[in-house]
Write a protein that binds this ligand. Structure first.
Ligand SMILES: Cc1cc2nc3c(=O)[nH]c(=O)nc-3n(C[C@H](O)[C@H](O)[C@H](O)COP(=O)(O)OP(=O)(O)OC[C@H]3O[C@@H](n4cnc5c(N)ncnc54)[C@H](O)[C@@H]3O)c2cc1C
Length: 411
């Protein structure tokens, strides 16, 4: 007698997850019927969609049209004038919030938060959808709807842990209001791609803001930072990764009043960046090419490397669309931010890591496809041109390293 085991074909989401290609943005939860998907932590400490009710082919098609694990593509009409390293650019500046508290609480110069405050105060949007610390869990990244400057300040600062800001998009759109969205570059790329098939996005989300991103660490990275500090997680009342200065300290406060601190170079540079998810290693867009406005650290250089000495915050501010450029100019004219024009060549000095990533990514994504037969499709992102700037031996080494890692990938 022959034993035949019939196995169910894996759905799109499970295939994406099994290859380590999911970014954890949460958009599929919002596209699928209510209750079909729940985004939650997996055993590796990354946010991943759990499919509770199998998706129909029609729903899978809508997910595939926007999901950054499937593709990241600029539209043909837009891409001809893009910079091969930095993507679409309507304005390149460095500056900071003129409200000193916003500047101080912000991750770099408070550029994003200042612009968000302006969007709310001017009535351009009804609210901002952004990630903030959980109300009951200081380690949770939760979506916050911000209506006031105080709300925006509460969310200021970078949170180097998984976030899924798009998981509630259906409910946000159902509110029928206009809102600004803040997310990682992959979140914004997903939303922009979704706008191509869902007209409500363009009607209701007039501004998308992002920041440069070196990758999302697992929540295990945060636990490792807390352990290294010697703090007791059961006594945690607050946790911040940085901000309150530039770059600002990683800071834990316990309910017994004890405070533990670690500098940015140690927390990000020696712990958190060791916990990045695989998809971030093959990310073609660490610089938020699909946003209207992007802010990043406008690091001062020292011996060819960014200098993390504490000082007053300074943001690199890129406007990437005509709407983003008009917004930045208005924020400058109204004394919301102070910013000076920069030559595009200056960006590489402030963000050398992003230069390397863009130059290497074509080799990495090809290696992923070779290793596991599947990889996201990247189009019109200038990756071939960017690769030409790489040192060939380093490019090959990085592709080889990715091939080896992709072979064992199961995130
Ligand atoms: C995972 C991660 C990696 C980063 N990598 C880089 C990098 O390589 N180079 C670089 O220059 N900058 C990086 N940053 C961004 C940088 O730290 C600052 O956010 C940026 O300089 C903007 O500063 P700001 O003062 O204008 O922002 P703020 O005014 O402090 O505003 C920050 C905004 O980011 C949102 N936010 C914070 N954490 C998250 C999150 N996990 N998910 C979604 N939204 C979030 C907040 O809601 C807030 O609206 C990274 C941030 C994160 C979260």
């Amino acid at each position: 007698m022959t034993d035949i085991t019939l196995s169910k074909p894996a759905g799109l989401i499970d295939t994406i997850k099994s290859k380590g290609l999911c970014t954890g943005c949460g958009l599929c939860e919002a596209i699928a019927p209510p209750g079909a998907i729940r985004t939650e932590y997996n055993a590796s400490g990354y946010l991943r969609p759990q499919v509770l009710i199998p998706l129909t082919p029609a729903v899978e098609q809508r997910v595939a049209a926007a999901c950054p694990a499937i593709k990241i593509e600029h539209l043909p009409a837009e891409s001809a004038s893009h910079h091969p390293l930095w993507g679409p650019l309507h304005g390149v500046r460095s500056g900071h919030a003129l409200d000193p508290e916003v500047r101080r609480q912000g991750s770099s110069g408070g550029g994003i938060s200042a612009i968000l405050c302006h969007l709310l105060a001017s009535g351009k949007v009804d609210f901002v959808a952004q990630i903030a610390t959980g109300l009951s869990d200081p380690l949770a990244n939760e979506l916050q709807l911000s209506y006031t400057r105080a709300d925006v300040l509460r969310a200021a600062g970078s949170r180097y842990a998984p976030s899924a800001p798009l998981r509630s998009l259906r409910e946000l759109l159902a509110m029928g209001k206009r809102f600004a969205f803040v997310g990682k570059p992959c979140d914004v790329a997903a939303l922009r791609q979704y706008a191509r098939i869902e007209p409500a996005v363009d009607r209701q989300v007039p501004f998308m803001l992002s920041f440069m991103c070196a990758g999302v660490p697992s929540i295990k990275g945060t636990h490792a930072v807390i352990a290294k500090l010697g703090a007791d997680e059961s006594k945690l009342v607050s946790f911040r990764y940085r901000g309150d200065g530039w770059p600002g300290m990683t800071r834990v406060v316990q309910d017994d009043g004890q405070v533990f601190e670690m500098d940015y170079n140690s927390s990000w540079g020696t712990i958190l960046n060791k916990h990045l998810q695989f998809r971030c290693k093959i990310c073609p867009d660490g610089t938020g090419e699909f946003a209207d406005v992007v802010c990043a650290d406008a690091w001062y250089g020292k011996d060819g490397y960014p200098d993390f000495t504490e000082r007053d915050g300074r943001s690199l501010i890129l406007s990437r669309t005509a709407a983003g450029e008009a917004l930045v100019r208005e924020a400058m004219a109204l004394q919301v931010i102070e910013a000076a024009e920069l030559d595009v060549g200056e960006i590489a000095k402030m963000q050398p890591y992003q230069v390397d990533r863009k130059r290497m990514v074509l080799g990495r994504v090809l290696a992923t496809r070779l290793a596991q037969g599947r990889a996201p499709r990247y189009r019109r992102l200038g990756l071939v041109k960017a690769s030409l700037g790489a040192v060939p031996l380093l490019w090959l080494k990085s592709a080889w390293g990715t091939w080896r890692r992709a072979k064992g990938e199961t995130q």
